[in-house]
Design a protein around this ligand. Structure first.
Ligand SMILES: Nc1ncnc2c1ncn2[C@@H]1O[C@H](COP(=O)(O)OP(=O)(O)OP(=O)(O)O)[C@@H](O)[C@H]1O
Ligand SMILES: [Mg+2]
Length: 309
């Protein structure tokens, strides 16, 4: 199990407070044949007003991490704090209330309601949260649509919009609820380059201008490099962190992780196979993924913080 104290090591922006904390979060899915450990004790702290990308090979637990952090899925163990308050462990209604007031989620496939207009879609979370909608909230929503360049589309329905426009509506919807954290799972995955860039600039701007906290999963190194920090997942653990990323650096580290994942995939894992997997990476004394990742990357700016490995 490892501890990965992002903000403890380097608060990306000082003084704004803590937006998200995960303490030893695990998620085990009861698979058909055997249980799958999708998250293996993930701990992290993200400061408010920061933009974090999450990368890792397919199946490494990125979506699970986002869904557990956003209260869309329940961790098997550990705790999640959003804006300093713990995600309630109780009934579904309590979690839903918590989510509606604190968390925004942007999906790859937009998830807009087809029979509602843009304005109605953007207003929906606030309505569901029981907010009647003050004049100020209306003004703020209009300002967000304006900032996102979709004000003139306010009365259209999703089917009358391009993919990039629909994703901007989805982001407007998430931002309008003023969440403590906005999560986005591959928000550019269904968009062309130009549409993707618009969405990324928008997320970046929501951090710069509104002090929004954003956590985004992506497969694209160029997209990841819009963030302040990139976190890398492998096999359900955080194994690396890259501050002030460039697309090239991100791509380099991903290539190494993919390589490791592919090599592990080709092997038939023995029960205690971590030592053997590590041997592939010329790390004679290392027995964990974390150590493996750091030996794979001799140019990393600082060593990993690994506790209890
Ligand atoms: N509902 C589920 N039931 C069983 N196993 C699951 C379930 N959801 C995810 N998993 C497993 O958990 C692991 C992590 O899945 P997850 O979707 O978080 O990966 P990911 O990093 O988002 O991958 P991708 O890049 O392909 O989207 C995988 O091994 C996956 O098969
Ligand atoms: Mg995923």
């Amino acid at each position: 199990m490892m501890t990965y104290g992002v903000a403890e090591e380097r608060p990306v922006r000082g003084g704004a407070g803590e937006a998200l904390r995960l303490a030893s979060v695990t998620k085990v899915y009861e698979g058909v044949s055997s249980p799958v450990t999708a998250l293996d004790g993930v701990s992290l702290v993200l400061e408010s007003g920061t933009f974090t990308s999450v990368m890792g090979p397919s199946g490494s637990g990125k979506s699970t991490l986002l869904q557990c952090a956003a209260g869309l899925d329940r961790p098997t163990g550990g705790q999640v704090f959003v804006g300093g308050d713990e995600l309630p462990g109780g009934d579904e209604a309590a979690v839903t209330r918590f989510r509606r007031t604190r968390v925004g989620f942007v999906f790859q496939q937009y998830n807009l309601i087809p029979y509602l207009t843009v304005t109605q879609n953007v207003r929906l979370p606030q309505q569901l949260a029981g907010r009647r909608g003050s004049r100020e909230e209306r003004r703020e929503r209009a300002a967000i649509l304006d900032r996102l360049g979709i004000a003139d589309l306010a009365d259209r329905r999703p089917a009358e919009l391009s993919g990039g426009q629909q994703q901007r509506v989805a982001i407007a919807r998430a931002l309008a609820a003023r969440p403590a954290v906005l999560f986005a799972d591959e928000p550019t995955g269904a968009l062309d380059t130009a549409g993707g860039r618009q969405v990324l600039e928008l997320l970046r701007e929501s951090v710069e201008r509104f002090g929004q906290t954003v956590v985004m999963v992506t497969h694209d190194p160029v997209a990841a490099a819009y963030a302040d920090t990139v976190l890398f997942l492998a096999d359900g653990s955080l194994v690396d962190r890259l501050p002030n990323p460039t697309a090239e650096e991100v791509a380099g580290r991903m290539a190494r992780l993919d390589d490791l994942a592919a090599r592990r995939g080709r092997r038939t894992p023995a029960p205690a196979d971590t030592q053997a997997a590590t041997a592939d990476t010329q790390a004679p004394t290392a027995g964990t993924q974390a150590a493996t990742a750091s030996t794979q990357a001799p140019t990393y700016p600082r060593p990993m913080t690994v506790k209890g490995a």
